[in-house]
Design a protein around this ligand. Sequence first.
Ligand SMILES: Nc1ncnc2c1ncn2[C@@H]1O[C@H](COP(=O)(O)OP(=O)(O)OP(=O)(O)O)[C@@H](O)[C@H]1O
Length: 374
Amino acid sequence: MGPVPDLSNLTALKLLFLSHNQFTGEFPASVTSLFRLYRLDLSSNNFTGGIPVTINRLTHLLTLRLEENRFSGPVSGLNLPNLQDLNISANRLSGEIPKSLSSFPMAAFGSNTALCGAPLEKCKSIGSDPTKPGSDGALASPLMPGRNPTVIASSPSSLPASGNPNRTPNSQRRHNAGKISPLALIAIILGDVLVLALVSLLLYCYFWRNYVAKMRDGKGSKVLEGEKIVYSSSPYPAQPGFERGRMVFFEGVRRFELEDLLRASAEMLGKGGFGTAYKAVLDDGNVLAVKRLKDANVGGKREFEQQMEVLGRLRHPNLVSLKAYYFAREEKLLVYDYMPNGSLFWLLHGTFQMPFSFIYESVLSFSGIKLGNI
Ligand SMILES: Nc1ncnc2c1ncn2[C@@H]1O[C@H](COP(=O)(O)OP(=O)(O)OP(=O)(O)O)[C@@H](O)[C@H]1O
């Protein structure tokens, strides 16, 4: 029976369990000076009055058990960052549960008829309910003149109306802090939607342009992504800093430019020992076979040109003659007429490959011999 004696000398106290006694009186003020305290249990007593905001000084507090007393008044001033175990149920507390405590279970707040907010039911509209923390300056402003500076107002009935002249702008500000007005919320959502729409539009434009370019280049033919590699990964003149290569024609007839080759739709014919061959259909309907040399860095320019001169001079009815070649530091292309009848190997064996004929065909195609007239 009676109040808790002065404990302020027990400065090293870490655990204080006073539950299931018959202590009376207000929250023991001396307890709030025991800064080392990390477990405080005052449950099942007859304490009355408010929970003082000075309890927030107990920053090490892990457990706070105040259930089954007659504590009254709001709790919105409670701010104990390390709290892990809370029970303030079965009291006469009122007002909104602060956000910092909303993660505790409902049972921690139960049997306080005037408490509201998560995890309990939502509070009714602010301003109309005097038990709301927002309408009580004392909650957020323990230093308010004319009030006990250290104690949260003890009874809902003692709370001033929302228009109370004693209410300080500071307390109002603090109450509003962390709350977003519906207008601001709408503005934020609209802003987000706008940004999203803008990003989507940009992406759409980007991909649409690429798609259109691809369709234009491919002229609607079935051109696979990989088949286009001859155009996409080459250091072509449009790229800044690129040293323009040289397209050299034999027979002196200049029937197309590199740009025509780049624009043409390409279809992979196959891979040989020296690179990949593509069928290229030019804008003017001309069909060419373009061989892209695999190791484009082999040999110097002079050596390459000499070899091309030799190849370009070769003439034979069974030999596909080299029409032109393109030389750049990192790209070498050989251009032939396209032979639509396939290779000797294919005609002899279809897709079935005999080791001997494979070697035979390899020998033929190594020398550039194709079945132009079969
Ligand atoms: N002028 C062309 N017309 C039609 N198809 C061609 C032409 N040149 C090459 N091809 C086809 O392209 C594919 C690859 O040919 P490429 O000449 O690059 O290699 P290969 O002759 O098979 O082998 P290697 O390069 O080792 O001699 C082959 O299927 C070949 O039939």
